[in-house]
Write a protein that binds this ligand. Structure first.
Ligand code: SF4
Ligand code: SF4
Length: 664
């Protein structure tokens, strides 16, 4: 009779579980198509490293607790498989595995204790030393208690079995034997009764846990490993190209307009809060909290998917129809929606994506929601009106006459590729380098270096146009699309193969974004070029005029393009071999200056200014010079040192300026 009851409970639980799995898969399928099945070997390698190996999880000390919990569970999978089958077929045992079985039981016994310890530690952490980026939710406690009770039931059941001499691997189960000591003197009947009680607790908790997962924050137990498999190979510095066809809706206003991998992202969040911890917006009291944004995406998806399925019950595994009605809007509806303010707070710095243990891609989602607000609704911060108009009409953010673009080069005898000069490199000056008075000093410094090293180079002069970076990050994809196509056509017309940029935003746009438009230029940042010129002995910086230098990593240079060493090598060469000082948050952990993602052109009204937060951090390193390799960072730090009244003692310089002043 007991077996029959268990069989019914078990079948019911598994039927419900697989129904939920099917529903989850169907929900993911609502998203738009995207090929994430390429490079299968490297995907498998990533899945093993980051999914099973938890490489990102253990980048933080407490991550080891999760690591042990995860591996404890993995060890217990086979044991629980045996447990369930034994409940239906009492004669079933994995003992046919021979010595392996005893090793498995030995490991499961030890790991159960480890898991129990980890659960206690996790509960204590949430109760007594909870970091601010972890939420105190009943759900988390419930899951931890379920896991803990599963382990306690396991030991209770095994210890009784051991005492009853019914535990085949008992000799090897050291913890169980220890627990069994407490049962000395118990009679067979009470041992048997206790064993059945523990057995049922274990069974019910196990089956309940399995079915509770899809409804809880621990959904990631099912989705995180696939999400690691389907991750992007590189940090995503861009958004997919749009096709501007009549009748299409541009950008994302409904959750089902995301690609299916985005929907899997929403389901994979562990709510660890690491993205919140590093986000410059969250760190300076803005509305944006990337963890919350992902959670809102998930809740929005689950709420809206119900109505989509209800309208087409026979066609579950297909993308949602274009006209699918959504009960809850994705943007600014309720707590199940993402706030507009949050969408505009993002600097697209990528810090969140860099730390996310399950490779969730936050920034492209935000940019795609911006696309909807800009192109469909014309709802964007007022100060962007001028930027959009200027960029579209005059191809620079300030609306300065395009005929002034090459003014900086008036007395410098700079070769123009537009006048037939054959040059190995095109120096793509960029809007800041051409128009901003401070950044023009960097442009001039770079020309001095190029000439000193005998590099064959030229510029487009007044024919150069804005690369469109800010347009793309701000969601004005239509204008960006036109700019990108026109630029590529022009660069091809002049036979350009190699491009030097000084601005990391031009760099990443020409190098990464333009690929979607068929461009294949070799794009080199000035930090790469200068460091290679120094290494080749073509320039020999000598003096040490910058004093103590602290270096800042621009997000679009370091995080998105992995150029960390080159700017450091340059400074080292100008400092008699001395490496630059580092800020507390440096290299991959660098903190944005606040200007990326088009934030350069927007007011920062809420909370602390991001540039101030970063400048204060730089000043804590007691520098004489703050070295940057980006015109936006240059502006932000200059504002920062002025605000901090440190401008008379701390200089902000681009690495090109440091080099130019140290070569004769
Ligand atoms: S990209 Fe940067 S600013 Fe945007 S959510 Fe991520 S960490 Fe925050
Ligand atoms: S998005 Fe990633 S980093 Fe942020 S809370 Fe979720 S799992 Fe953690």
């Amino acid at each position: 009779m007991e077996r029959l009851i268990f069989l019914i409970v078990c079948l019911g639980a598994f039927a419900f579980f697989f129904k939920n799995i099917f529903r989850l898969v169907a929900t993911i399928c609502l998203g738009r198509a995207e090929n994430r099945f390429d490079n299968l070997w490297s995907r498998c390698a990533g899945m093993f490293a980051y999914g099973f190996g938890q490489l990102r999880v253990i980048q933080k000390k407490f991550g080891y607790n999760h690591y042990l919990l995860f591996w404890g569970f993995m060890t217990l999978v086979l044991v629980n498989f045996e447990f369930l089958l034994k409940g239906i077929f009492p004669a079933f045992s994995l003992a046919f595995m021979g010595p392996l079985y005893y090793i498995l039981m030995f490991a499961a016994d030890i790991m159960s204790l480890v898991v129990l310890g980890c659960v206690v530690l996790a509960i204590a952490r949430r109760l007594f030393f909870r970091p601010y980026f972890i939420d105190q939710t009943a759900d988390a406690f419930l899951i931890l208690c379920l896991v803990g009770s599963l382990m306690i039931a396991f030991f209770g059941m095994s210890a009784c079995e051991y005492r009853l001499d019914e535990l085949a691997a008992g000799t090897y189960m050291l913890v169980t034997r220890g627990v069994a000591l407490f049962l000395r003197g118990s009679d067979t009947e009470s041992l048997h009764a206790s064993m059945r009680v523990f057995w049922w607790i274990h069974a019910i908790v196990l089956l309940f846990f399995m079915n509770y997962l899809p409804y809880s924050k621990h959904l990631h137990v099912l989705t995180a490993i696939p999400n690691c498999f389907f991750r992007s190979k590189h940090m995503v510095a861009t958004v997919p190209r749009l096709q501007f066809k009549k009748g299409e809706e541009f950008g994302i206003s409904k959750v089902v307009q995301f690609r299916w991998k985005d929907l899997l992202d929403f389901m994979s969040c562990t709510e660890c809060g690491r993205c919140q911890e590093v986000c410059p917006a969250s760190n300076t009291q803005k509305t944006l909290n990337p963890k919350k944004m992902v959670h809102q995406g998930k809740v929005n998806l689950f709420t809206n998917s119900k109505s989509v399925f209800a309208n087409r019950p026979a066609d579950m595994l297909a993308p949602a129809p274009k006209d699918a009605a959504m009960n809850v809007p994705l943007i600014n509806g309720s707590d199940k929606s993402v706030s507009k303010k949050a969408i505009w707070d993002c600097t697209t710095c990528g810090a969140c994506m860099q730390v996310c243990p399950v490779f969730i891609e936050h920034a492209p989602k935000i940019v795609q929601m911006r696309q909807h607000l800009v192109m469909e609704k014309a709802e964007f911060p007022e100060e962007l009106i001028a930027l959009f108009e200027n960029s579209e009409q005059r191809s620079n953010p300030w609306g300065i006459a395009p005929s002034d673009r090459a003014k900086w080069a008036a007395d410098l005898n700079v070769p123009l590729v537009t006048q037939g000069v054959q040059a190995e490199y095109l120096f793509y000056v960029g809007c800041a380098g051409a128009f901003d008075s401070r950044a023009r000093q960097v442009t001039t410094a770079l020309t001095k270096i190029l000439n000193a090293a005998g590099v064959s180079w030229g510029i487009l002069g007044n024919e150069e146009k804005c690369c469109g970076d800010s347009m793309r990050r701000l969601g004005n994809e239509y204008v960006f699309d036109k700019m990108a196509q026109a630029n590529i056509e022009q660069l091809k017309k002049y036979g350009i193969k190699k491009i030097i940029t000084y601005c990391p935003h031009c760099y990443t746009t020409l190098k990464n974004d333009y690929k979607q438009f068929g461009a294949d230029f070799e794009v080199i940042h000035h930090s790469e070029l200068i460091s290679s010129l120094i290494a080749a002995g073509k320039i020999n910086p000598s003096s040490d005029s910058a004093g103590r230098v602290v270096i800042h990593d621009s997000c679009y240079l370091g995080r998105y393009n992995n150029l960390y060493d080159q700017p450091r090598d340059v400074i080292k060469a100008c400092s008699g071999g001395r490496a630059p000082a580092e800020m507390e948050r440096c290299r991959e952990k660098s903190f944005c200056c606040g200007a990326g993602g088009g934030r350069m052109w927007m007011e920062e009204l809420d909370g602390k200014r991001i540039y101030l937060e970063r400048t204060q951090e730089a000043l804590r390193a007691a520098p004489d010079t703050i070295a940057v390799a980006c015109p936006y960072c240059l502006t932000m730090y200059e504002d920062g040192v002025k605000d901090e009244k440190a401008a008379d003692r701390v200089k902000v310089k681009d690495i090109a300026e440091i080099v130019a002043s140290s070569i004769s």
